[in-house]
Structure formats: C-alpha cells, structure tokens
Design a protein around this ligand. Sequence first.
Ligand code: NAD
Length: 473
Amino acid sequence: MLEQNVVNISQVTQRVSDSESHKQFLALQSTFMSQVTKTYEWRIEQLSQLQKMTEDNKALIEQALFADLGKCKTEAWLTEAGFLISDIKDTKKRLKKWMKPQKRPMPMLAQPGASYVKAEPLGTVLIIGAWNYPFQLTLAPLVAAIAAGNCAIVKPSELAPAISSLIAELLPKYLDQSAFAVVEGAKDETTELLTFPFDKIFYTGGEQVGKIVMAAAAKHLTPVTLELGGKSPCVIDGKTNLEVAARRIVWGKMMNLGQTCVAPDYVLIEKEYQDKFIDILVKTYKEQYGECHKDNKDIGRIINRRHAERLASYIEGQEVVFGGEVDLDNRFVQPTIIKNPSLDSIIMNEEIFGPLLPVLALDNKHQLIDFVRQRPKPLAAYVFTEDKAFEQAFVDQVSSGSLCINDTSIFMASHDLPFGGVGTSGMGAYHGKAGFDTFSHSKAVMHRSYKLDASIRYAPFSKFKLSILKLIN
Ligand code: NAD
C-alpha cells in the first residue's frame, strides 16, 4: 500500500514537473531570485506597460467584453478598462512613498541603533480571476502584485473566454515575459497550478472554490487573499429621500446586469413604506431603461445559459411586481422586482448575482438591522437614511467587508479604501495601498550600533541589574 502511494506521488511529481505551467512557474521563480523585480524603476516600467496595453487595445477589450457579457461601452470603460487605468495611475503616483522604509522608535535596551519596517515582495504569486469583470478583476490584483515587486502567474476565468484569450495574447507582448505568465484554463489547469508552492494566492470568485484554494494553499503554508461574495443587503429608512435611493440602487443593481459581487442583493424597508418604494423603483427602472426589454443596448447579458437558468428558477412561484421575462437562448434575464419572497426560498438563501431584486418589509427600523446581523457577514452593506442615530447604529452593529451610506457600489471607485470581505465574504483586501500591503511582507529591520554595549542584559545576572532592567522597561 505504501509502495503504491510512493509510485502515485512520483507520477504526479513527474507530470507536474513536465508541464508547461510548471516550467513557467520555475522560470518566474528564478527571475524573482535575480532581484530584477525589486527596483522602483522596473516596477514603474511594468505598470506603464500595463497601462499602455489597456490604452492601445481599448477597442479589442470592449469587443471581448461585449462578446462575453454584452457589456455596453460605458460600463466597459467605467468598470473595466478605465477602472484599471485609474488604478495604475494612482499606484504609479504613490509607489515611491509606499516603498519607502518606515522608521520605528528604538526601545531603550536596544539603544543606540535604528529600526524600520521594509516592505518586501513575497515572490512568485498566483492570481485567479473571476468572470464577471473579467478584465479588471484579473488585472487589478496584478497591478498590486507588480507594485509590490512580485512575479506572477495570471489565470483568467474560462467562463469569459474572449477576455481570457485577449489577456493571454496581450500580456506577454507588453510585460516582462520572464516575470509574468498567463495560464488559461478551467478546473484542471487551476488544480494543477494550486499544487505549486506559490508565495501568495489571490483568488476572486465563489465560496466553494475559495475553500478548495485555501485547502491547497495550506499544503505549502501559502498565504491567501480570498475575494468572495455573498448577499449584500440594502436597508432603507422609509423617511429618507426615496427617489435618490431608488436611483442609486437601480444603478448598483443594473451594473453588469446584477453580476457584481457588491451589487445590492435585496432591499429591506419598513412595512408602511414598502409599496411606495416599489412604485418609485419601477418608475426609476423605466426612466433609466424603459421597459427593460432585451433590445435595450445599455442592458448586458448573463454570462451563460446555466446562470440564466439558475436565475429563472429563482423567479418561479414568486410575487413578481416588475419584469420577470427570461430568454435563455439570448442569455437575457429582465430586471425583476420580487415582493416579499419567503425567507426559506432559494432567492433569499443564495447570492442572486443577477438582475432580480427582492423587496422585503419588516415592522420597524431596528428589525432591519437585526435581519442583517443574523445572516453571514456580507461583502458590502448599504443603508439609506438621514437619521444620524440609525446610521450610527448600522455602522456600529453590522459587520461587513465594506459599508456605504446613502449609495451603493460607488465606494469601489476609491483608491483609499481597502476592498475585501469578512467572514464568509472573504479575507484580505486590496485597492491602493491595501493591495501593495497584500502582496508585501512587512519585514522588521533593526540596526544596532557597536558604540555602547551595556552589560546589564548579560549574565552573570544580579539584583542590581534586574532593578535597572525593570526601570527601563
Ligand atoms: P468560481 O468560483 O466558479 O470561479 C472562479 C475561478 O476559480 C475561475 O478562474 C475558475 O477557473 C476557478 N475554478 C473553478 N472551479 C475550480 C475548482 N474546482 N478548483 C480550482 N479552481 C476552480 O466563480 P463564480 O462562483 O462563478 O463567481 C461568482 C462569485 O464570485 C460570486 O460569489 C461573487 O460574489 C464572487 N466575486 C467576488 C468578487 C470580489 O471582488 N470579492 C468579485 C467578483 C466575483
């Protein structure tokens, strides 16, 4: 039995070491060892090249996003290409400051000397991308990895094939090929990548695969950042400005046809305001998207038939007050408002990840907060209110990756807010400095001078030495 295992393991090692992606991994590791990735100049050059790649190929990126998700040009710019360019520009502007060693005070016992924290790159990292923002969610982590001085293998999502092959074609043309590689593929290719001893794995996607990634990483004690999802609630105080609230909720929900990790998943409001708010919501959808028919060019598509079928099943048996049309052949699901779905229905227990918006009602505002608190910690939580005490109660009591008051996904535009989940919505964060930190190790460095070498810390010990040590502690 033992012999059998030995044979199997050596077969796996043989297979892994022969594969193209393993050879790429080893090549990247040796590039990292060469120290080339550590200079400020090299990092800036790679970031500029990534920016140039995005700018030069804007039209191709738009076409691929349209093929994969039916994304309109405005969304393609705002949430993918433009988002990435803005991220790169901000990173380039601030990189020198981030790389600068941070001075720290010296303890009395270690005087004279100096100490500081130096951010050092982790090494060779793996970035596993998601399909919903297939360009930006694959390359924004790469911006952070480059800024921190790492080599990286990038694995785009196979569910967005047009963007996956575009990234595979473009990246090697613009970036240092000895430091970056793209591996395309699905479960098998990712499973193989996960056997390599990366120095960091950055994964964006669902909870189930997140657990697989974390278990594989544990074998090499590789640190992970998991950018996951979940149900992001939207709590509304009925006395707030319902027109503006509706506009901002429809904006967040309609972006990428609801296939956004921070999209408002469902709305919670006090009973007495529910019907009024639903009327305003319907009016808002119509103002922005007419009757929300599939020929509206601003409305995208669901990624594939399987997901369109999943969403269709969520609608069955529900009280639909707006929308409800599904065209599986065209991967189209109409923006749909559902009133009071039962709490044990699938739509209230799974992340919706599509244009269906349940609106639930409870008796009072504090029940709204309790409802959110009793469920898994969301990636984003939203509250619309002008009541300062209620706002503060929400901020203090609701634990979520991010929290936005009086708006929805707009907080993602900030380069100064860390973005990441908590609990089942993920671990770790990126965007701006948080991304640099995620791909760096904060190395503590202490330099001691030879000038003074007080004997009090050395044996033989005495009561006198101890009393001095206590004094300076
Ligand atoms: P997924 O988890 O199925 O896939 C993501 C990646 O994992 C892909 O690259 C895929 O090839 C790989 N993969 C799939 N099966 C695998 C396996 N068995 N072993 C190893 N790798 C595997 O993605 P999904 O669930 O369709 O994505 C949607 C989820 O992602 C939602 O929950 C959403 O909220 C979340 N999400 C989170 C963020 C964020 O930034 N926090 C962004 C986008 C999406």
